[in-house]
Design a protein around this ligand. Structure first.
Ligand SMILES: O=CC(=O)O
Length: 332
């Protein structure tokens, strides 16, 4: 019943929240929106003041950035806060221990973004394998090599693709590569996935995956266990033509070690949609590498997917504040 909930305040941490999600929230609640919590220093300072002003009294936070859910923000919000609805699949920024201790629920937006993120993974595979960075540089310089002098890339056709984390996104990557004539899919994870059989993906150990794969796709959440899983040691186990793709979180990769491996041509290339930090400073040494293809964390950034994420987050808020189970809870 809308009149019962209309006095509840829901804070949306961006004025870019899709209209579809806003509509759901506004039917039930009083919605306040802050400026986007930009990662640039200036944006961050401005937005933080705005946020601290608007957050007190909120019953739910709809969280659109990867800005950490700090104790300070939770204190400021107040004891009536029932839910943090992060508009992302990842929730490494959500301070789970603190939410749990306070009895605040957490929801995320998995599944709805899997295909968009998987499309970017395929884009990164092509971009890294076909040397988009170097080749685009030639276009911008008006200095194209012609004929057989081209920078030569690697084929997806005939390759072994290793997926680290065959969850929703990993599975969507395999499905999207169905027409690419991949010779073999392998994957690792905590356990074998029932879906793997239909996808033709073979469960292997991490060492086997590292040793066999021509493409290594990281599609796992960032946890203490996965942090820097790509490091000097694991890079050392890869083939010299290996291409590392990351659509998870920047900290899955030890960037110093990746830089060295790419610089020394110990592996062939990498494609990253996520880095540490974000944005990557424009004079960062990674950006000097011709064999690195970087995108600015756009995995889920399509009109349709962002709308789906917004509606899902909004419906989680509706459920949480009307005593119904969350649609996509994160277990705390
Ligand atoms: O990075 C984006 C997400 O976790 O949804």
């Amino acid at each position: 019943n809308n009149t019962m909930t209309k006095n509840l305040k829901v804070l949306v941490s961006s004025n870019d929240f899709p209209a579809s999600g806003l509509k759901v929230l506004e039917e039930h609640f009083t919605v306040v929106q802050t400026k986007y919590l930009n990662f640039g220093e200036e944006g961050r300072t401005l937005a933080k003041e705005d946020l601290l002003k608007l957050i007190p009294g909120s019953s739910a936070l709809v969280w659109l950035s990867h800005h950490p859910i700090s104790k300070e923000l939770l204190d400021r919000a107040g004891p009536q806060l029932k839910l943090v609805a992060t508009v992302s699949a990842g929730y490494n920024h959500c301070n789970l221990d603190e939410l749990k201790a306070r009895g605040i629920k957490l929801s995320n937006t998995p599944n709805v973004l899997a295909s968009a993120v998987a499309e970017i993974a395929v884009g990164l595979m092509l971009g890294a394998a076909r040397r988009f960075t170097e080749n685009l540089d030639q276009v911008h310089k008006g200095d194209w090599e012609i004929g057989f002098d081209k920078v030569l890339g690697q084929d997806i056709r005939g390759s072994t693709v290793g997926i680290i984390g065959l969850g929703g996104i990993g599975q969507a990557v395999v499905k999207r590569l169905a027409g690419f004539e991949v010779s073999k899919f392998v994957y690792t994870g905590h356990r074998e996935k029932p879906e793997a059989k239909a996808l033709g993906a073979e469960f292997v150990t991490q060492d086997q995956l590292l040793a066999q794969s021509d493409f290594i796709v990281l599609a796992v959440p960032l946890t203490n266990e996965t942090k820097h899983m790509i490091n000097k040691d694991t890079l050392g186990k890869m083939k010299s033509n290996a291409i590392v793709i990351n659509v998870g979180r920047g900290d899955l990769v030890d960037q110093e070690a990746l830089y060295d491996a790419l610089k020394n041509k110990q592996i062939y290339a990498a494609g990253l949609d996520v880095t540490t930090p974000e944005p990557l400073p424009k004079d960062h040494k990674l950006l000097t590498l011709p064999n690195l293809f970087v995108l600015p964390h756009i995995g889920s950034a399509t009109v349709r997917t962002r709308s789906d994420m917004a509606v899902l987050a909004a419906n989680n808020v509706v459920n949480a504040l009307t005593g119904k189970p969350l649609l996509t809870p994160v277990n705390l």
